[in-house]
Design a protein around this ligand. Structure first.
Ligand code: HEC
Length: 205
């Protein structure tokens, strides 16, 4: 009986300790058993940093370098701004008109030979490892990919999919496919869609 009361006392104080402090406000940081990388020596956006001489946290890009996924602007096809990534809510930037996916190509792009060539090159680099060079879903990765199968882009479903929806899929990803907005400039995403349409037409189904 003595043991029973001892265990009861220990158990109830453990429960009281565990539940008691909930909802109480503390001024000191909580004790973390598993810190989960919550505290890191990182520079937060817009914050100063003593590490650098001028005390400024944000660094300017090294002179002569180009952000990942971009190329030096040359000729008429040059990006209109230094950073040609989504920056608005137009059809060109989102593939949407309000709540709806748009159909067709936005007026900002001109689908010609050079544009398709660009799309072919970007498709080969970014999409073909999974979807295959012909878009049939049998890329190199599909041999190792378990569930679900990589989508066949020549499928009637994708053929019927509005251009805006494909743009949105490239931008945000879908299921196991990740987003590619960080490495594909907006114009390149449209170029890939133009090339994908050519692949679908060529497949004849
Ligand atoms: C890492 C592998 C991988 C890469 C790279 C990849 N995808 Fe996908 N993609 C998938 C998988 C897997 C699915 C099926 C996702 C799901 O529905 O769960 C998919 C789905 C899609 C769909 C929707 C198909 C449908 O039937 O709903 C489209 C469109 C698509 N991908 C286009 C692209 C394009 C264009 C690129 C290149 C910019 C690309 N994907 C790159 C793996 C990939």
């Amino acid at each position: 009986m003595r043991w029973f009361f001892l265990i009861l006392a220990i158990a109830s104080s453990a429960i009281a300790l565990a539940l008691g402090p909930r909802g109480t406000k503390f001024s000191s940081p909580p004790f973390m058993l598993f810190p989960d990388m919550d505290n890191q020596q990182i520079v937060k956006p817009q914050k100063p940093s003593e590490f650098f001489e001028n005390g400024q946290g944000a660094r300017k890009p090294v002179e002569g370098t180009v952000p990942l996924g971009l190329e030096f602007p040359t000729g008429k096809s040059a990006p209109t701004t230094p950073l040609d990534f989504s920056r608005g809510d137009s059809y060109y930037d989102t593939g949407r008109f309000g709540d709806y996916f748009g159909k067709g190509f936005p007026e900002e792009v001109k689908v010609d030979g050079a544009f398709l060539e660009r799309g072919k090159q970007r498709f080969a680099i970014t999409c073909s490892p999974c979807h295959g060079t012909s878009g049939n879903g049998h890329g190199a990765v599909s041999k190792y990919w378990l569930l679900p199968p990589t989508a066949n882009l020549l499928d009637a479903r994708v053929k019927k999919m509005p251009e805006g929806q494909i743009f949105s899929t490239i931008t945000h990803g879908q299921g196991l496919m990740g987003p590619y907005n960080g490495i594909l400039a907006v114009k390149d995403r449209w170029a890939i869609i133009a090339y994908l349409r050519a692949l679908q037409n060529a497949s004849g189904k």
